[in-house]
Design a protein around this ligand. Structure first.
Ligand code: PHE
Length: 366
């Protein structure tokens, strides 16, 4: 423990000559300077430090006046007085200077806190966007609305009659394979989850007389094993146009118009023969690959073409189920896989991404 020299008199400290007195003061000043260097710039420490040196009752300066100056013998009074004034002036001016520095620093800090920097970018607030499937629905529907189609929706729980029979798929038809269909009330019961949006062709024609121009967006269900391109639910848009004068040319023209609207003016269309029980003739609609333009690439598996959807002229047998005059009426229908089209257009290879609702994926389609 170091004793505090200011609690003893100079005589007790053995300082009996002017040189010895000066040296004692020099030691004190060095101690003060060391203190200042260590704690003087610390806003929390500085007031305590100031009190230790200049405090009126117990500060070092007060103690020096009391123990060194007052009892000093006459021959040393002058030198002790001078040294005391020097030390006091030094301590006070250095403390004052430190205080001013700290004040300036505090002021600058609080000014920095208050200042509004107009050049800073604002706080970004994420706004939700429509899901890519929704966006694709809206885009597809928009194209058909612009050429006179209207939108209808129908039930996801259907009866075998609407989902199959009235569409020309009788009981033992392979397209009705139990494997593909979710039955609600037991295998081959009276209710099922629709496997396509085509039942709405029947429901619409049952309800309204021709002409018909509708698109039907909705969910459909199939007992597929989920993988990169299959799930047990996906989205379709059905289309149906029936009137007294609809030809295969109208069908082809409508399909070509749609493909150009959806994939761009350069896209070409190809119809391939296909089979659906409810269309005759039936076709698969292909478009020239939107990635390579038809020269062949990975996306189109080097064929230059991409399969878009199934379609065809309405099979006259269907009209028999809805009391439409098959002699006078004709029309076309199509059924598009919306998820497939979204994936194809945006180069998405994993169907589950569309249903995982991972915002890192969704945000890529603002
Ligand atoms: N319903 C058919 C399917 O799901 C698609 C389709 C609809 C084909 C309308 C022709 C006409 O595969």
């Amino acid at each position: 423990m170091t004793t505090d020299p200011t609690s003893e008199t100079l005589a007790e400290l053995g300082a009996t000559s002017p040189e010895a007195v000066r040296e004692k003061f020099a030691v004190l000043q060095a101690r003060f300077d060391a203190d200042i260097a260590r704690r003087g710039s610390d806003a929390d420490e500085q007031p305590a430090l100031a009190a230790e040196w200049t405090g009126r009752k117990a500060g070092a300066l007060t103690r020096i006046a009391e123990h060194w100056l007052r009892p000093a013998p006459a021959e040393l009074k002058r030198v002790v007085g001078q040294e005391f004034q020097k030390l006091k002036a030094h301590v006070e001016s250095v403390l004052e200077q430190k205080r001013a520095e700290l004040d300036a620093r505090a002021e600058a800090a609080s000014a920095a806190l208050d200042r509004i920097d107009l050049s800073l970018p604002g706080v970004e607030r994420r706004v939700g966007t429509r899901h890519l499937v929704r966006q694709t629905f809206d885009e597809l529907i928009g194209i058909f609305l612009s050429i006179g189609f209207s939108v209808v929706e129908g039930p996801e729980i259907e009866t075998p009659y609407y989902n199959f029979e009235a569409l020309g798929i009788p009981e033992h038809h392979p397209a009705r394979d139990n494997m593909d269909t979710f039955y609600i009330d037991g295998s081959r019961g009276n209710h099922l989850l629709r496997t396509h949006t085509s039942p709405m062709q029947i429901r619409t024609m049952e309800k309204q007389p021709p002409p018909v121009r509708i698109v039907v967006p909705g969910k459909v269900y199939r007992r597929d094993n989920p993988d990169a391109t299959h799930g047990y639910m996906f989205h379709q848009i059905e289309g149906l146009a029936v009137d007294t004068d609809i030809t295969f040319c109208d069908f082809k023209g409508t399909v070509e118009y749609f493909v150009r609207e959806f994939l761009g003016p350069k896209a070409r269309t190809r119809l391939r023969p296909s089979y659906f029980p409810f269309t005759e003739p039936s076709a698969e609609v292909d478009a020239s690959c939107h990635v390579c333009g038809g020269s062949g690439c990975r996306i189109c598996k080097f064929s230059g073409w991409i399969e878009l959807f199934g379609a065809g002229m309405v099979n006259p047998a269907v009209y028999g189920f809805v009391n439409y005059d098959a002699e006078k009426l004709s029309g076309f229908a199509f059924g598009m896989g919306v998820d497939r089209l979204a994936m194809m257009k945006h180069g998405i290879t994993e169907l589950p991404l569309l249903f995982g609702n991972d915002v890192r994926f969704l945000r890529q389609f603002p």
